[in-house]
Ligand binder design. Sequence first.
Ligand code: GLY
Length: 360
Amino acid sequence: MSETTVIPVAGTDGMKDYAVHVGRGILDSLGELLPPRAEKVLIVHAPALAARAEALREQLGDRQVLLAEVPDAEGAKRVEVAAFCWQILGQTDFTRSDVIVGLGGGATTDLAGFVAATWLRGIALVQVPTTVLGMVDAAVGGKTGINTAEGKNLVGAFWAPRAVLCDLALLDTLPRNEILAGYAEVVKAGFIAEPEILELVEADPERATDPTTPEFRRAVELAIAMKARVVGEDFTEQGLREILNYGHTLGHAIEHAERYRWRHGAAISIGMMFAAELSRLTRHLSDEAVDRHRRILDSLDLPTTYPAGRWPTLLATMRRDKKARGSLLRFIVLDDIGRPTTLQGPDESLLFSAYQEIAS
Ligand code: GLY
């Protein structure tokens, strides 16, 4: 077992402090992160993780461990699936001192978090993300939620976990394109706050994205530590937390246009390229910094262009984005690498000009 890095997250808004534990082969420390008083554990997991969940059940020994297998990806984030979990909790007399474990990608941990936040008005939660996206973003920071027919994440709660366990060895068997798509959130952390991540990718994109290397671990830990700092200051997204949405305003519109069949990271890669171009037009971000975005994203085989004719549809979708305040569109832009700021209500002609720079 490798050494574990413990990244603290400060609790705000009535939530307790917790930590994100990062290492390789550290899954067997899960028992130490559960509340000592918890007699029952519900592991919410995706189908592909059934064997892993079963192994955890055996590992947790004398506790009563229940398994809730939920559909893959966004199929998990439905009220019927939450109700299935509530039913298990009800039928097994789950109490306030018991604990839910979310084992899977971002959709699974979002659902597990939502079930933990709502059962008996909130019970303990430990997140065990199994994807890059889950480790550096979804499982850290306490955003939980499910989708409705009208849109993504429309129902949810801010509910901080008791701990997050990131075992990098879980990533070893993931397909490379899955790693790269998740890695878009790692380079996002680089662009908005941690240029060392960008340097790691520039030095050797292969090693920076190989879960077995120290470079990968360093980049992921930097991204998690960045997120921990941000959510420790602004848990409920009153201000600072919004910087995490760099590339997401257009990225969400692309995901919608692609009927959610694209990986999130691919959509936000284009969104970051657009945000960089918009930053050049509105905040004097240098040509070199914009080119750096393109070089880095290209080196990770992430897309940086989108069809020219899609602009009217994307604009209409962005206007509906829940992050629009009143009628004004909001974008996170950069004054420089590592210096994000908010751009509110930009002129449509500026948006169109930035889009032309990324249009294919
Ligand atoms: N994924 C953005 C956030 O957690 O605020």
